[in-house]
Design a binder for this molecule. Sequence first.
Ligand code: BYC
Length: 472
Amino acid sequence: MISAEKIPNNVNLSSNKRLQRALEHWQPKYIQWWRDMGPQGFQDYHQVYVRTAISVDPEGWAHFEYVKLPEYRWGIFLADPVHDRRIGFGDFLGQPVWQEVPGEFRNQLRRLIVTQGDTEPASVEQQRLLGQRCPSLYDLRNLFQVNVEEGRHLWAMVYLLHSYFGRDGRDEAEELLERQSGNRDKPRILEAFNEPIDNWLDFFMFTMFTDRDGKSQLMSLSESSLDPLSRTTRFMLTEEAHHMFVGETGIARILERTCQLMKQAGFSGDVRKLGGIDMPTIQKHLNLWFSLSLDLHGSEVSSNAATYFANGLKGRAKEDTFDEHVVKDSYYRMEFFEDGKPVTKEILMRNAMNEVLRDWYVGDCAAGVVRWNRILEQHGLSERLRLPDRKFHRGIGMYSGFHFDPNGVPLTSEQWEQRKHEWLPSTADAEYLLSIMAEPIYEPGKFANYIAPPRRGINQLPIDFQYIRTEQ
Ligand code: BYC
């Protein structure tokens, strides 16, 4: 059902005039932000074939149409309520979930929602120049699909801030449009969201690894006792799946092409001479985005995480698959690094909740890497991609400030400085990637030399469909 209102929604917005007015007041500021900070060069003259959520049922969710990006209908959608839903973990286990924010948890909840909300516009800002270097029209359309949905995820968090946090919430909603990715004075909150993404290898790694942090964080927030937060994030997860598909298949297609070029180059030859992306470069970008995304799970030992769990604000991914949900007397065996040596200690499980979620995340990433390696295997190559050790290149938590190689072997600062570009992208790598992406490909059905075409098109359309057209 398409809502006739300015803001498509399934939250009965028209019945709450105050909220409706507040959101309608925020909307033009959002559109201005989208024009200034969204996809550069694709604001006025292009129509993009995108999926727009107009309701939460499968049909309304997968509604495809051509739209001009600033006219995308960013709506507010909550997954259907669960009858008699009860708090699933922590000190209030078994009590009815909350439909309003309890005063004593207001600050903690606001902080979680603002942190989540901040990542959404940040990612759009990070990716705003990619359209000028796209490998195909198909990929360009996928980029914009991801971008508009990140915009919708911002709307989802702003709806919660406006609805449940009064004046503070309105102020926070304004600030979400004021911080800027990479800005020295007003950066985005979490570090990975201040890194530039100006080439498509980074974009695919980001959607594979950083959007997967989105998945793990949204899964844990969807367990929340605050029911509107749970329902909002549950619906966001359905969109998140497509973003990870874009990342995983993007890298899979690069690997496919690299394998073909390696065969042409005679295996020991340099695929860069043929305009491809060599395996070491792919591994370096994997190392970068995996380690940045590990940081997004917070410190290994965290009293914040313990408090969130105790108060029922943020649970574990798939909380109902655990045997015990109060988790007061159990311990997590954690490896510390003391005087250059690993030491195992028992930490109260509640304090280790960031690490528990990170474990889930690492497992989910590892499964994706296995799928990538099958491509290399099918081509008869002996090379394999791998996840670096968790201690590698960490900026948050107990390993930050120390140096480790991808096997987890400690290094001195001098060794790290000498060798870091064996494991992380160098300026020369960045220049090479930009050189092969210098010419965008806008011709339907054509693909850049470094990437294979996808198996199929969008919404059962052919691969050479005109996914983006200039306005007639
Ligand atoms: N960068 O106890 P700690 C997504 C701060 S992605 C900078 O370790 P906590 C998406 C922390 O704020 C998912 N600072 O952390 C993906 C604290 O500061 P204060 C986003 C960091 O609170 C792709 C201090 O360090 N969702 O959706 O347990 C595209 C120590 O705190 C970082 C969420 O993040 C960092 N990486 O956990 C688009 C969910 N990490 O208090 C979208 C909501 C920590 O000393 N957020 N700090 O000033 C949370 O659940 C938690 O805030 C975190 C941090 C898990 C992020």
